[in-house]
Design a protein around this ligand. Structure first.
Ligand SMILES: Cc1cc2nc3c(=O)[nH]c(=O)nc-3n(C[C@H](O)[C@H](O)[C@H](O)COP(=O)(O)OP(=O)(O)OC[C@H]3O[C@@H](n4cnc5c(N)ncnc54)[C@H](O)[C@@H]3O)c2cc1C
Length: 317
């Protein structure tokens, strides 16, 4: 919440888009702090400016949605409840009374929706400029700039590439990257020790990955600053071979009272991070309360469907 006001203060001091701690305001689009700085010039300090902007945006949303309801229903009797539902919308009211920039985006999006049919009807240059301007301002308000994708990761299903998942480490935490103006992207390729992907040289692998990213339109290859390749053997516990006999190992290890098999490799189970932590918490509980059975640990993540499916799989070598 303090990011945008602090970026606007920094703009006013002539120091560019920066957070209160001096870090570069890179993750968020620049429109909101720019508007706050502009309002400061006319006498409104940033928090008051944000309130003014949001009150204005709220009014605009109500007005434009009224026009849209009227356009769709052509009857005030039907449009009125629609407008009331916007005015009483708890999420909209909540973001509007805070120093958040969503109302400005929503107002711009509503204006865009109002103006679009006009452009489609007239196809005039003026209406094209209007909707382009509204769309551009909306983009400058939400997730433009160096933010590649707003999510932490994205599964890739394009058949023309081999990559399985893209991660944007900047979005996990700004503390993972030294320079927030650069994007740290991780690509995951699923392979097995000794297969063709695994045996590629680091250079060829990086070259392939960069080419794939450019091919799906994710990056411009000229923007790549550096790359590294890490191979992780046995990254996933595989439910193959003698997996069906895992219970025999469990029966054996469970006999050691002070041995607790937990986590992904400890249990040889396709656990997610939360399952791994839950198994550790169950083990700690057992130790504290002197419980000798390990059943509650093995019960973590045992209800998933894919475990049942796995038990029906034929043995594979
Ligand atoms: C490619 C991949 C993608 C994944 N994606 C997700 C995901 O999207 N979401 C999710 O929730 N989970 C995901 N997981 C699963 C998640 O990472 C694991 O469930 C979790 O990290 C397991 O935690 P753990 O504590 O059991 O083991 P680990 O996190 O593997 O920790 C074990 C630690 O023990 C250390 N160690 C090993 N041997 C020794 C030794 N002899 N002496 C000292 N230290 C040792 C290792 O270096 C390691 O740091 C993914 C896993 C992989 C491999």
């Amino acid at each position: 919440m303090v990011r945008r006001p602090s970026a606007s203060q920094s703009l006013l001091l002539g120091e560019g888009y920066r957070y209160f701690d001096g870090g570069i305001y890179a993750k968020w689009p620049p429109l909101f702090p720019t508007l706050l700085a502009a309002l400061h010039v006319v006498g409104l300090e940033p928090v008051a400016g944000a309130r003014f902007l949001n009150a204005f945006a709220f009014g605009m949303i109500v007005y434009v949605s009224g026009r849209l309801f009227l356009r769709c229903t052509t009857s005030v009797a039907f449009a009125l409840p629609g407008v009331l539902s916007i005015i009483l919308s708890a999420p909209l009211v909540a973001v509007s009374i805070m120093v958040w920039s969503e109302p400005v985006f929503a107002a711009l999006a509503a204006l865009f929706t109002l103006a679009m049919p006009g452009f489609l009807r007239t196809q005039s240059r003026t209406s094209l400029v209007s909707i382009s301007l509204l769309a551009a301002l909306a983009c400058l308000r939400r997730y433009a700039g160096v933010t590649l994708i707003p999510d932490c990761w994205l599964y890739i299903h394009e058949p023309c590439v081999k990559m399985g998942r893209i991660q944007v480490f900047n979005n996990w935490s700004p503390y993972l990257v030294r320079d927030e103006t650069k994007v740290w992207v991780g690509l995951e390729y699923f392979c097995t020790e000794g297969d063709q992907l695994w045996n590629m040289s680091d250079r060829d692998f990086a070259e392939m990955a960069i080419e794939e990213m450019a091919r799906i339109g994710f990056i411009d290859r000229a923007d790549v600053l550096d790359s590294t390749v890490i191979r992780m053997p046995k990254a996933y516990p595989a439910y193959t071979g003698t997996y069906k006999s895992l219970d025999r190992i469990r029966d054996h290890t469970d006999r050691f009272e002070n041995l607790f098999l937990i986590g992904q490799n400890g249990m040889h189970r396709y656990n997610n991070a939360d399952h791994s932590m839950l198994s550790a918490m169950a083990a700690v509980d057992n130790i504290i309360h002197g419980v000798r059975s390990k059943d509650n640990i093995w019960a973590v993540n045992a209800e998933e469907e894919y475990h049942e499916a796995a038990s029906q799989m034929p043995d594979q070598e």
